[in-house]
Write a protein that binds this ligand. Structure first.
Ligand code: HEM
Length: 538
């Protein structure tokens, strides 16, 4: 790629003039009045006091006092970049989404993040990483809000506050920043054993990526795709890094935390600015849309389960290239607002109960984080498709809406805003059956299997990866104060694998328990191992 150009003062060239915060040759107030002095307040004589009438002083301090906005409740620490997505056309038979048609280029913004640390925390901690992509398609924005691990801790969004409370710092001491080194985390994941699969991913090398550029990304949930004929399939999204999947080893991660807490952020920015543009291929696993919503016996609505690539290969559908760093971290990386409900025609949600809860949570949190309902008008969040909505007024309204009151149909304004579909843009309703069933607070029986895929992951690791996993469990559990919690987690490990359990127990100086149920008879998935990965093929 071509390195970006910056002026000697570091100002990036090529920023559209409408997005520039500064104009003109002189220093001014916010109202454009030219200033003679910004270093001295107006005083009654050189020794003061300072006069209340000094508007520039009050404006300058008032604005500074309000520079901070709340950090994200999770994924507070992140780094972003702009790029281009180019479609191969290989998904055209399964989705009508225009941005996946052959040769289409779509602008994107990606934000990578850790989950648990606060905004100023270190990059190379053991944690899940966020991988959120905003595709500015000409049919409306598509947000793919994924992680670098294909499974999640919980099966129902109603538990999300609980897992995050358990994993964030203790309420009394506000430590630790690192997610897994404390009692409440291990208490939660050993009591809610659905979390064991995600936890073994965190204890593996995937929990300490070498670089954002060497991470896979996963949409986690199953989505429903609709083609132009109205036919549907179920699908999972995958990002595959062109550089391959690489991790740090624990000792490196520890050292880097001290030497350069901004390691991943710096790596991403330096790579792009030097022209080494990071690339990923987007791929999809496709499953028939059957009433059971299962594939090879795996419940596709359970976000703690994967479908091994050996059973459903990941089919490449396009390429992402990150080629531009943000001009302003706050305006872009901090103010970006992703949402799983931002879907173009051709991609739809499923009934995964974790996904369904996320559909409420992001909009709700952004209402506070970005102060009011008009954050879609912030430049980084503006769609690149025309907007003709019926939303009006509210804090920070930027648009000057014309015409009469927005309702439709109306007889006063030519029917504007216009109807949603026309012959060129038909709306295809997805014919999904809703079960005739009583209201219940319960999960399907298939959600009860918490250990077979956890064992599958363990068995798929190479010996060196298994060794790293043993050391990670031993280190993190070793930080717990409560022996009962260590013992309960060892019981979980016994239900995953006797070698894993025995080694960690030995490291902790505790006896290794016996499994409480027969171990699952599962075939390893070589594609899960980082060793010897050869994808994408070229
Ligand atoms: C933020 C991924 C589950 C609530 C994020 C971000 C990512 C992410 C990548 C950061 C977005 C950014 O960079 O701005 C995921 C994945 C999940 C998951 C892959 C499971 C598959 C949940 C659930 C909830 C939730 C179940 C709540 C019920 C939030 C909230 C934010 C967030 C409130 C902050 C959003 C903001 O302030 O803009 N999530 N998440 N997440 N997530 Fe999730």
């Amino acid at each position: 790629g071509t390195p970006q150009t910056r002026t000697p003062t570091g100002v990036k060239t090529g920023v559209p003039s409408t997005a520039k915060g500064q104009q003109g040759a002189f220093l001014t107030t916010a109202n454009g009045a030219r200033l003679r002095d910004t270093d001295h307040s107006l005083k009654a004589g050189p020794r003061g006091p300072v006069l209340l009438q000094d508007h520039h002083f009050r404006e300058k301090i008032m604005h500074f006092d309000h520079e901070r906005i709340p950090e994200r409740v999770v994924h507070a620490r992140g780094a972003g970049a702009h790029g281009i997505f180019t479609a191969y056309g290989t998904a055209e038979n399964v989705t009508q989404a225009g941005f996946l048609k052959k040769g289409r280029e779509t602008e994107v913004f990606v934000r990578f993040s850790t989950v648990l640390g606060s905004r100023g925390s270190a990059d190379t901690v053991r944690d899940t990483r966020g991988f959120a992509t905003k595709f500015y398609t000409d049919e409306g924005t598509f947000d793919l809000v994924g992680n670098n691990m294909p499974v999640f801790f919980i099966q129902d969004a109603i538990k999300f506050p609980d897992i995050i409370h358990a994993a964030k710092p203790h309420p009394d001491r506000e430590i630790p920043q690192a997610q897994s080194a404390h009692d409440t985390f291990w208490d939660f994941v050993s009591l809610h054993t659905e979390a064991q699969h995600h936890t073994i991913w965190n204890m593996s090398d995937r929990g300490i990526p070498r670089s954002y550029r060497t991470m896979e990304g996963f949409g986690v949930h199953t989505f429903r795709l609709i083609n132009a004929a109205g036919e549907t399939v179920l699908a999972k999204f995958h990002w595959k890094p062109k550089l391959g999947v690489h991790s740090l080893v624990w000792e490196e991660a520890q050292t880097i935390n001290g030497i350069d807490p901004d390691f991943h952020r710096r790596d991403l920015y330096d790579a792009i600015e030097s022209g080494a543009f990071p690339e990923w291929e987007l791929g999809i696993q496709i499953f028939p849309d059957t009433p059971e919503e299962t594939f090879a016996g795996i419940d596709l609505l359970d976000p703690t389960k994967i479908v091994p690539e050996e059973l459903a290969p990941v089919q490449p559908v396009g390429k992402l290239t990150l080629n531009r760093t943000p001009t302003n971290f706050f305006a872009e990386t901090e103010q970006v607002a992703f949402h799983l409900g931002h879907l173009p025609p051709g991609i739809d949600v499923t009934n995964d109960p974790l996904l369904q809860g996320r559909l409420f949570s992001y909009l709700d949190t952004q209402l506070t984080r970005l102060a009011g309902p008009n954050f879609p008008q912030i430049p980084i969040n503006r769609p690149h498709a025309p907007v003709n909505d019926m939303l009006r007024d509210g804090f920070h309204q930027q648009a000057i809406h014309a015409g009469v009151a927005p309702y439709r149909p109306n007889s006063l304004d030519g029917g504007n805003p216009f109807p949603a579909g026309d012959d060129d843009h038909p709306f295809i309703d997805v014919p999904v059956q809703v079960a005739q069933a009583p209201k219940v607070r319960a999960s399907p029986a298939s959600f009860d299997d918490h250990f077979s895929q956890t064992r599958l992951f363990w068995l798929s690791m190479s010996p060196v990866e298994q060794e790293h996993i043993i050391r990670a469990y031993t280190f993190e559990l070793g930080k717990c104060y409560h022996q009962a919690i260590k013992e309960r987690q060892l019981q979980c490990l016994a239900n995953i694998d006797p070698v894993l359990c025995a080694q960690v127990a030995a490291g902790l100086g505790l006896p290794a328990p016996q499994p409480t149920a027969p171990l699952a008879d599962v075939a390893p998935s070589p594609a899960l191992s980082q060793v010897g990965r050869e994808w994408p093929a070229d």
